[in-house]
Design a protein around this ligand. Structure first.
Ligand SMILES: Nc1ncnc2c1ncn2[C@@H]1O[C@H](COP(=O)(O)OP(=O)(O)OP(=O)(O)O)[C@@H](O)[C@H]1O
Length: 307
């Protein structure tokens, strides 16, 4: 009798990680369903790398549970690990080895190895089998890593800032090789990045972490719809910022007040009019603007120190 697949590829329950006085993960409850591309975003220090290190079994948690592909992340066997592909920004591979030798090593290591998947990704790059890994450009190394990870036939592919430090052309090549690989049809992809234009292109689900807590889990367009941009012609100073509901960002440009707010409806126009606005206009914002204003707002708030 076959064992049913777990519904979630990643499941954390009240997961906490403390480094001395620093709480990096704060009773995090996160459930990532099987399939599709899930983006994890967060400001610097939000706890993304800590979460990955725990999930991949490189770091123990302080409290709570962390399961990956249905297994306790601290008790992963080599067989479990073979089901998880991982690419991070460091693209750590032995620089002295030739591309062909690294590939052979991986092919022997992974029983589900797919030559077609490997070639499908590496075909986007001018990488020769006789080249040493250390001679590859950053972009080529990123592509080589992705090719190796996908050829391993993973059920879960974790990409942790895979395009960090790449130029625009190399970023685009990486993204295209990922999209053309149809990775999301074969496995669940977790994409961690600060690059919102990449997230916009690839992600089906947007997960926002802030100070080790889950702040959003929805389709990117649904998050975008939560943030609105209002322009008001207010002849005086306008309402004090502390009284503006859902305020993320405020600016005065060419005599007009601009407000970026979260979870506000038409009542917000009434609020502005009640505060002296002669005209009010509302607009949608891009995902980049919505996420960055949300992160900046929370980031700017004072940290509550724990003893
Ligand atoms: N080994 C460590 N010792 C002490 N504090 C740490 C350690 N590693 C991480 N931290 C702290 O834990 C918090 C979370 O760090 P983490 O690297 O997980 O964040 P991140 O979201 O990956 O950030 P970034 O986007 O900058 O990579 C940070 O405040 C960081 O200073």
């Amino acid at each position: 009798m076959s064992v049913p697949e777990p519904e979630y590829v990643i499941e954390t329950v009240e997961l906490s990680k403390r480094y001395g006085r620093k709480l990096a993960l704060d009773r995090l409850d996160l459930r990532i369903p099987r399939g599709r591309i899930h983006a994890i975003v967060g400001a610097n220090g939000a706890g993304k790398s800590t979460l990955f290190r725990i999930l991949l079994g490189f770091l123990p948690q302080t409290a709570g549970e962390a399961r990956i592909l249905g297994h306790d992340s601290q008790r992963l066997t080599p067989r479990d690990r073979a089901r998880i592909g991982f690419v991070n920004e460091e693209h750590t591979l032995p620089g002295w080895m030739r591309v062909s030798a690294v590939k052979d090593m991986h092919r022997r290591q992974y029983p589900r190895w797919s030559e077609a998947a490997f070639e499908g990704v590496l075909g986007h790059y001018h990488v020769l089998p006789e080249q040493k890994v250390g001679q590859l450009s950053r972009g080529e190394r990123a592509g080589f890593n992705l090719a190796l990870a996908l050829a391993q036939g993973p059920e879960l592919l974790v990409l942790d800032e895979p395009t960090l430090g790449l130029d625009v052309v190399a970023k685009r090549a990486f993204l295209e090789s990922l999209m053309y690989s149809n990775a999301a049809d074969e496995c669940t992809v977790i994409y961690c990045s600060h690059q919102m234009e990449e997230i916009e292109r690839v992600a089906d689900n947007l997960i926002i972490l802030e100070r080790g807590q889950l702040k959003n889990m929805s389709a990117p367009e649904d998050f975008c719809a939560r943030v609105s941009h209002w322009i008001a012609d207010i002849p005086f100073k306008g309402p004090p910022p502390a009284t503006v509901p859902g305020l993320l960002e405020m600016q005065r440009l060419d005599g007009l007040h601009h407000y970026l707010v979260l979870d506000q409806d038409e009542d917000f126009a009434d609020f502005l009019r009640a505060n002296g606005a002669r005209s009010v206009q509302s607009m949608q914002v891009s995902l980049d603007r919505a996420v960055n204003s949300f992160l900046a707002k929370n980031h700017a708030a004072p940290v509550q120190q724990t003893a």
